[in-house]
Design a protein around this ligand. Structure first.
Ligand SMILES: Cc1cc2nc3c(=O)[nH]c(=O)nc-3n(C[C@H](O)[C@H](O)[C@H](O)COP(=O)(O)OP(=O)(O)OC[C@H]3O[C@@H](n4cnc5c(N)ncnc54)[C@H](O)[C@@H]3O)c2cc1C
Length: 445
């Protein structure tokens, strides 16, 4: 339904129920949940995607609206703990540590949740329906799009994801399997050395720190395994920098240079000859660069999943239109045109934050604003764009960088200086974030 068409739904309250509800709301902040609950017994909310954002939202909605019908649409059944992939690809964690279970393991038992193991192929927000790859049309009252991100490996000619782990080809992003295979190649390289090239595309990517963590951890493994003196490491960025915050950008570039790395800007990976171990880059001066390598870390360009990109729900103009990102208001996370549609997670066309940390902080905002909308009110919660990157600089050391849309540093812990490497920030990344993430999935934190 389009903006301004939403029916203002009002429920009738008996005095006693109202008093109890008001007291409950005071302590829980769920006033809108109660209003929504009373007025929309049969409300049907469809959630597209069962990753970090989708599961977390389903848990919170199941608690806030026990009478609502929830439908989660996604073919993927295994849950990935994506933030752990950098540790798998650099030999610090076994693959099993990023496979915490099936998505269903994280959903509340007994809740009115219908799982549809199909993929959405088209959105029809005018009719409040989506169509799946099995030809099923699913109608909804409210829709939450949490379908994540699409890796565009095809944009790199000659790239074959099945070859990751062979001929020095690595890519942490693809999957737990390919992170594990990347470690096989990095492990070999860390002993022998040679030319290593780490890349960065020009599109928004999930976890902007991951390509840097891969580089720092490979440097550390080279030093530990004897290959450092025989290695020539390079970082080729498609943009004019390596990280969005100037102080950290300079810090990383300086640290790379201290390790005798060559850092190039506006140098974009265009094609690979996997068998020959040769990569070709476009360069700012137009001459291009073809070079051999012993190790190549590919970060694919990224965009919104095709079904969103090609739908009426994506941005049609402005900076987010190119990637076909979901057109949501950056503060309310409500769709800019259809007010019964919300977005959460990597799919959102917002200025910052394709991280699990952003998911954690924005899920309560989306749920609160959805409840407001169901209750016929304006969205009241505002998202500040929180994102976070535990930037690993070596094994046992990291910087915990947390910032908002305005790129202000907003540290959670007053005793951690984000501009200083610390063992505590490393422990956060290596040991504390996964339990916190699993708690988030279940809607607990
Ligand atoms: C290597 C790596 C390191 C990272 N490190 C960190 C870190 O240190 N800290 C941090 O905070 N974040 C990190 N992240 C980012 C974080 O993991 C993601 O931002 C977060 O998981 C995004 O959640 P999501 O729900 O938007 O997407 P996902 O968890 O990917 O879920 C999207 C779901 O949508 C489904 N889907 C897609 N298309 C459709 C469709 N058409 N129909 C139905 N379902 C569909 C998919 O199958 C998937 O299950 C990292 C990510 C990677 C890859």
């Amino acid at each position: 339904m389009k903006k301004d068409e939403a029916p203002v739904m009002q429920g009738r309250r008996r005095f006693l129920a109202g008093s109890i509800a008001t007291a409950f709301a005071y302590f829980t902040g769920l006033e809108s949940a109660i209003a929504a609950q009373e007025s929309t017994k049969l409300v049907h909310i469809a959630i597209v995607g069962s990753g970090s954002a989708g599961i977390s939202i389903a848990n919170r909605l199941a608690k806030a609206l026990p009478n609502a019908k929830l439908t989660i649409i996604d073919k993927k059944t295994d849950h990935y703990y994506w933030p752990g992939l950098t540790l798998v690809a650099t030999g610090l964690w076994p693959k099993g540590d990023v496979l915490p279970g099936k998505n269903t393991d994280f959903l509340p038992s007994g809740a009115n949740i219908n799982l549809v193991k199909e993929m959405v192929v088209s959105y029809n927000p005018e009719q409040n329906e989506v169509t799946t790859d099995a030809g099923q049309t699913i109608k909804y009252d409210y829709l939450v799009v949490t379908s994540g991100i699409e890796y565009n490996y095809e944009a790199i000619a000659g790239m074959d994801v099945n070859a990751i782990g062979t001929n020095g080809l690595t890519s942490v992003y693809h999957s737990p399997d390919m992170a594990e295979k990347s470690w096989q190649a990095i492990s070999e390289y860390s002993k022998k050395g040679g030319k290593g090239i780490f890349t960065l595309p020009s599109t928004p990517i999930r976890c902007a720190g991951a390509p840097l963590k891969m580089t720092f951890l490979t440097l550390d493994q080279l030093k530990r395994n004897g290959g450092f003196d025989k290695a020539q490491m390079n970082f080729y960025s498609s943009t004019g920098g390596v990280f969005g915050l100037p102080w950290f950008n300079d810090f990383v570039i300086n640290r790379f240079k201290e390790n005798n790395m060559d850092v190039k800007f506006k140098t974009q990976l265009k094609s690979i000859d996997i068998a020959k171990r040769e990569a070709t880059f476009s360069t700012e001066d137009g001459t291009g660069l073809t070079t051999s390598y012993d190790l190549l870390h590919v970060v694919p360009p990224m965009r919104a999943p095709k079904s969103v990109r090609e739908s009426d729900l994506s941005w049609k103009e402005g900076g987010f239109a190119g990637g076909g990102w979901l057109a949501v208001d950056k503060n309310t996370l409500q769709h800019v045109k259809y007010d019964n549609v919300f977005g959460c997670g990597d799919v959102n066309g917002t200025p910052l934050g394709k991280t699990a940390a952003t998911v954690k902080m924005s899920v309560p905002i989306v749920v609160a604003n959805l409840l407001d909308t169901i209750a016929g009110k304006e969205p009241s919660a505002k998202f500040n764009g929180y994102t976070s990157c535990p930037l690993i600089t070596q094994i046992g050391s990291a910087m915990l960088i947390e910032f908002d849309y305005d790129k202000n540093l907003i540290p959670t812990f007053s005793f951690i200086n984000p501009q200083q490497e610390s063992w505590f920030a490393w422990i956060m990344k290596e040991q504390m974030l996964k339990p916190a993430y699993l708690g988030m999935l279940k809607g607990k934190v």
